[in-house]
Design a protein around this ligand. Sequence first.
Ligand SMILES: [Zn+2]
Length: 196
Amino acid sequence: MGRGKVQRTCLGCRQVRDQGDLIRFVCPPDGTILVDYRHRLPGRGAYACLEQDCIDQVLRKRQFNRAFHRECTPVSSNELFESVRLAMLERMENLLGMARKSGQSTAGSNAVLAALDRSGPPAVIVFAKDVSVGVAEKVERKARHHDAECLYLLDKVTLGRLSGRSECSVLALSGGTLAEAFLLEWKRYCRTLGEN
Ligand SMILES: [Zn+2]
């Protein structure tokens, strides 16, 4: 999807990487630096690694001004990095929404436990961060037994919204390209949290 093997340089550490492994930033005429997470916005782009160190360096060396040939609106590294994380969360929410629409997800602890008992069990189990300990332990034990990846993300209300319920504490994704895309995104997100 345009994020193939094209290589770009991180303006922070100067390493050359596949474009898909870098965050793209754009700067519209008003000078605001925007995170173009899906690499879809028009115009010149500037790139940085997923690590905040690299974004720090880009800002410290005023590389955006150089890349965009204009005076960009000042922004803090924390602010920019938070925008990157939000873009990742948004992407993961979109993928969960797509999974539901295409019948590739199962919501609710009982349904997830039942899905784990069937052949071709789910590949990924997403727990709301505010799931009760009892439910989490029960589902996670069974999930690990079936080699399903377990992760904790969002809250019950948000997972509920994404699965057409008022609340949802656990959700399972069937194996396939969608689950793979979701896991890839999750790993990137973990990198931004320094967990990897
Ligand atoms: Zn870098």
